[in-house]
Design a protein around this ligand. Structure first.
Ligand code: EPU
Length: 356
């Protein structure tokens, strides 16, 4: 494709065949919003990714990386280069004792990784089955479900520095993991791209069944396979399959309040659903939203999912405007009713960035 850059440049010539201009991102975000990437390329190897980053640096173009696109809210065209991460490869190393170390390239589909691990009989991520997206996106928001978060098993993350092209490893404990949060969503968002994750799994382990909705559903003696199957089952009952109904999973985080506020809310709303969380309490945002009357509501072509009020869905819109309006209305209503601020969970694109 003819680019507006100087094609005499040998470097541009080498790489430009893999870059397209003005490509719709509809198929690269599970909300299926139709915005354009100014420049667009798919990276299927580390060298390919490095070359694309070098191209972007050379031509002073901002870079946006998309994995499975399942935790994204794209709300405008994206200037600069959008790279779709399709880095693949899985390898394992049995350690002495009970441990297995699993190295997964960041473009691998997360659920396929979980399935593979369960088939091998290894423990640690069975509760995280059927979460959409890629292995590389999993640490960004510290994916979690049924009492397990990826930080619990994440030994190291391999990254590439967008500016220098250096590739190196960062220990899991240094990634700033918190509830649905990490430095990859914060201070590193413009700097580092995850290329690989290394998980520390176990050959024998206890199963984690403390999450109510899970243990209640397992019949008989729980096994690795039955936990995996039950998680898949519970999730498919409550959460819409993005290939059938566009969505990005939980749209809001479960808000955390201190015990004084929790006490006050509990007096006013005796059925409030909440869980102790460190010194504080985590409120079930799905409950707050449902009780405020939003569950199943439609607003233009978007709405609140009728089986899980924490999930916003896109029935028919091509642009994000109605969804942003619905979000604002829900936030206002939850604030008015409970004095609680809801925070959005998915990452919004374009990123607000200084880099150009
Ligand atoms: N609830 C309602 N109405 C609703 C939804 C929930 O009353 O419409 C109440 C119920 O009492 C239920 C409780 O909220 O028992 C908790 O609901 P659920 O088990 O569905 O979990 P959640 O807190 O709504 C979180 C995660 C999910 C994860 C599940 C299971 C967040 C933001 N979401 O949802 O993660 O699958 O727990 O562990 O923490 C995601 O991040 O995209 C996601 C789907």
């Amino acid at each position: 494709m003819k680019m507006r850059f100087n094609t005499e440049d040998a470097f541009a010539l080498r790489i430009e065949n893999s870059i397209q201009e003005n490509v719709s991102l509809t198929n690269y975000n599970t909300f299926r919003f139709d915005y354009l990437a100014e420049y667009f390329a798919i990276a299927d190897s580390l060298d390919g990714l490095k070359a694309l980053l070098a191209w972007a640096k050379h031509f002073k173009q901002a870079v946006t990386i998309i994995g499975g696109g399942s935790n994204l809210l794209i709300s405008a065209d994206i200037t600069g280069l959008v790279i779709i991460n399709r880095l693949t490869g899985i390898s394992s190393r049995e350690q002495a004792g009970n441990l297995v170390s699993l190295t997964v390239s960041s473009g691998e589909n997360w659920h396929q990784v979980v399935k593979h691990v369960v088939e091998q009989g290894w423990y640690g991520i069975e509760n995280l089955a059927l979460i959409p997206g890629t292995a590389g996106a999993a640490p960004v928001q510290n994916i979690g479900a049924y009492g397990v978060e990826i930080k619990d098993v994440l030994a190291r993350v391999q990254v590439i520095n967008r500016k220098t092209g250096d590739v190196y490893w960062i220990n899991g404990r240094d990634c700033g993991f918190a509830y649905r949060d990490s430095h990859f969503k914060g201070q590193w968002k413009d700097l580092l791209i995850i290329t690989c994750v290394e998980l520390s799994l176990k050959k024998r382990s206890e199963l984690l069944l403390s999450y109510g909705g899970l243990s209640d559903r397992i019949e008989g003696k729980a096994s690795l396979q039955s936990v995996f199957d039950t998680v898949c089952h519970v999730r498919s009952e409550k959460l819409p399959d993005p290939s059938l109904l566009a969505n990005s999973g939980s749209f809001f985080k479960n808000p955390i309040v201190n015990s004084a506020q929790h006490h006050k809310l509990k007096e006013q709303f005796p059925n409030l659903v909440s869980f102790p969380f460190d010194e504080n309490f985590k409120l079930a945002a799905g409950w707050l939203i449902e009780q405020a009357g939003w569950k199943g509501k439609h607003y233009q072509g978007v709405g609140v999912y009728d089986k899980q009020a924490l999930v916003l869905v896109n029935h028919s819109e091509t642009k994000a405007v109605p969804l942003l309006e619905l979000e604002a209305q829900i936030k206002q209503s939850i604030w008015n009713r409970y004095g609680v601020k809801l925070e959005r969970e998915p990452v919004q694109l374009p990123l607000e960035t200084e880099e150009h």
